[in-house]
Design a protein around this ligand. Structure first.
Ligand code: MF3
Ligand code: CO
Length: 256
């Protein structure tokens, strides 16, 4: 069931989105050679306490059952696609691309956002990958309007990415969001225009293209969480939580 939010719920999601974006921006600014993913997670958890919000990902049960996600921030470097663990050993180096995925719960409502930053000097191809992934998210967001279909978003992301010679990950998707991190509908990054559920006023969804430099195949590492590309080539990830408001997409995971 797709949940249409009420006005006061959207206001709470704006606040959750604002806190998500603020902390995500702070940890993104910490990405420098010699800094570890662990330090970023520690900073995020400190800031959550200060801002009286809870982490959305900590103890989240793995989709395939059992194991709970042990941290508040996902840190995925180079060939890691998503759900990378913020360990002490994961120390950033020049030329890395670092995907950060973060979500909060504030007043019972969720925010969820991701971005990828590169550490200079960066290869042109990695820079293109990051830019294409970010732009593909905005192509998708543009299609999140009342009266359109979910497939319009999926198709816009896919065609933007594939025209530039990259590929979209197929095993993971965006999602509805609200009083749960994952609500209906699923928001795939590939599909056909005019297909899927009708988009309506006050629907809230997280759009999150995961884009590979090589082919779309991914696998999960033996730590049970980290998703990596099968071909070992780099991957990038961007995500915003959006609401359809006055017919158009309003991005919730922004600061102010
Ligand atoms: N943005 C990701 C998602 O929507 C983050 C989930 S991490 C998890 O699936 F630990 F919560 F699974
Ligand atoms: Co998400």
């Amino acid at each position: 069931m797709i949940v249409i939010k009420k006005e006061d719920e959207i206001e709470k999601m704006r606040e959750a989105g604002r806190i998500t974006a603020l902390i995500l921006r702070e940890v993104a600014e910490m990405v420098k050679p010699g800094v570890s993913a662990y330090e970023l997670n520690e900073h995020a958890e400190r800031r959550l306490e200060e801002l009286k919000a809870a982490p959305a990902f900590k103890n989240y049960p793995h989709p395939s059952g059992g194991k709970k996600y042990p941290a508040s921030l996902c840190v995925s470097v180079n060939e890691e696609v998503v759900h990378g663990l913020p360990t002490r050993e994961k120390v950033f180096r020049e030329g890395d691309i670092v995907s950060l995925d973060f979500g909060v719960i504030k007043d019972g409502y969720y925010g969820d956002s991701a971005l990828t930053v590169g550490i200079e000097p960066l290869s042109n191809r990695k820079r293109q990958l990051i830019k294409t992934t970010r732009e593909s998210l905005y192509q998708g967001i543009k299609k999140a309007v009342a009266g359109a279909r979910l497939g319009d978003i999926s198709h816009a992301v896919q065609t933007y990415v594939e025209r530039r010679g990259f590929s979209v990950v197929r095993d993971f998707a965006g999602h509805g969001i609200g009083t749960h991190l994952h609500e209906e509908p699923q928001v795939p990054n590939f599909g056909f225009p005019g297909r899927g559920p009708l988009l309506e006023e006050r629907m809230t969804i997280a759009i999150e293209p995961m884009v590979n430099m090589g082919n779309w195949r991914v696998r999960v590492k033996t730590d049970g969480w980290t998703v990596v590309t099968v071909d070992g080539l780099p991957s990038a990830h961007f995500e915003h939580t959006v609401v359809i408001r006055d017919g158009e997409a309003e991005i919730l995971t922004v600061v102010e």
